[in-house]
Design a protein around this ligand. Structure first.
Ligand SMILES: Cc1ncc(C[n+]2csc(CCOP(=O)(O)OP(=O)(O)O)c2C)c(N)n1
Length: 272
């Protein structure tokens, strides 16, 4: 199931990539191809536990939306600026929201979703997930949010999708500390891992939403920070590894999903 979610996210993003190149989409898009196993694994775990958390993502949110069961057609429509989009065609790529899956749209200030997620969780005591990037976790207000979540023992999960980049600047050129160590200093249960679903399940299975947890997951961004282009060839992305591991059946499933998404995009483009 995690594989199916990840495959859906990948093919969705590949279709967006094509539409940007064809100039069917003319505003900034933030593609999450390569990183999809992070939200897919967490969504699967949460789904298995029958929990429907509040979701606070950042600008790179397509895979979060899709992994947690957001309607595919509505996301296509959103990116095409149609009223039938999940954010009524007004949010675009960076501000994906959906009442159906409790996903709150991002307003653009990196890391502000941590403050909002912590506030929402504090006031409602509902299970909450905040997705951050490895750069947004450097913002001072994110650190204040981690501290409050720890102090109030909130049912919250902070997930850092650590793709190593802040636009084009690598982590090694920005800081000499690990996010996990900082979170630990605030007395959060804190982890550092690869984007392997088994690792993620193992870490979160027992205590998710029982106490505040911070997980930094190393992953890979396949496309530019914004728009459609390739920075450098990235090898060994997680979806490729999983396909190799799962074998022939996975390739069949992947092809089916690819064709379904392709067709859906074509159908929605005809509505323009
Ligand atoms: C406070 C603030 N500073 C700068 C920016 C411009 N900006 C947008 S995204 C981004 C990089 C974000 O990197 P990260 O949080 O690691 O997420 P990623 O893009 O890698 O998913 C920057 C600098 C912003 N939106 N907000």
């Amino acid at each position: 199931m995690t594989f199916k979610k990840a495959s859906l996210c990948r093919h969705f993003e590949n279709e967006v990539y094509k539409r940007v190149q064809e100039k069917k989409i003319n505003f900034p898009v933030y593609l999450s191809a390569g990183q999809e196993y992070v939200p897919s694994s967490i969504a699967q775990l949460v789904h298995n536990k029958k929990i429907k958390p509040m979701l606070f993502g950042q600008h790179r949110g397509h895979s979060i939306y899709l992994s947690f069961g957001g309607d595919v057609t509505q996301l296509i429509d959103e990116l095409l600026g149609m009223k039938s989009g999940c954010t009524r065609g007004m949010g675009g790529s960076l501000s994906i929201s959906s009442k159906k899956i409790n996903m709150f749209g991002h307003e653009g200030l990196m890391g502000s979703n941590a403050c909002m997620g912590v506030g929402a969780c504090f006031s409602s005591s509902k299970p909450t997930i905040v997705f951050l990037g490895d750069a947004s976790v450097e913002e001072d207000y994110v650190l204040a949010s981690l501290s409050w979540a720890a102090k109030k023992e909130l049912p919250i999960l902070f997930v850092v999708e650590d793709n190593n980049y802040a636009v084009l600047t690598k982590k090694e050129d920005r800081r000499d500390w690990k996010a996990k160590d900082v979170a630990k200093a605030f007395k959060l249960d804190s982890y550092d891992t690869q984007d392997n679903p088994e690792n993620i399940f193992k870490i979160l299975k027992k205590n998710i939403f029982k106490k505040p947890i911070f997980i930094n997951v190393h992953t890979k961004r396949l496309y530019w920070h914004a728009g459609a282009g390739e920075d450098e060839k990235v090898f060994g992305d997680r979806l490729g590894k999983e396909m190799k591991y799962l074998g022939k059946r996975a390739v069949e499933i992947d092809n089916k999903i690819k064709n379904r998404i392709k067709k859906l995009w074509q159908q929605r483009l005809e509505k323009l």
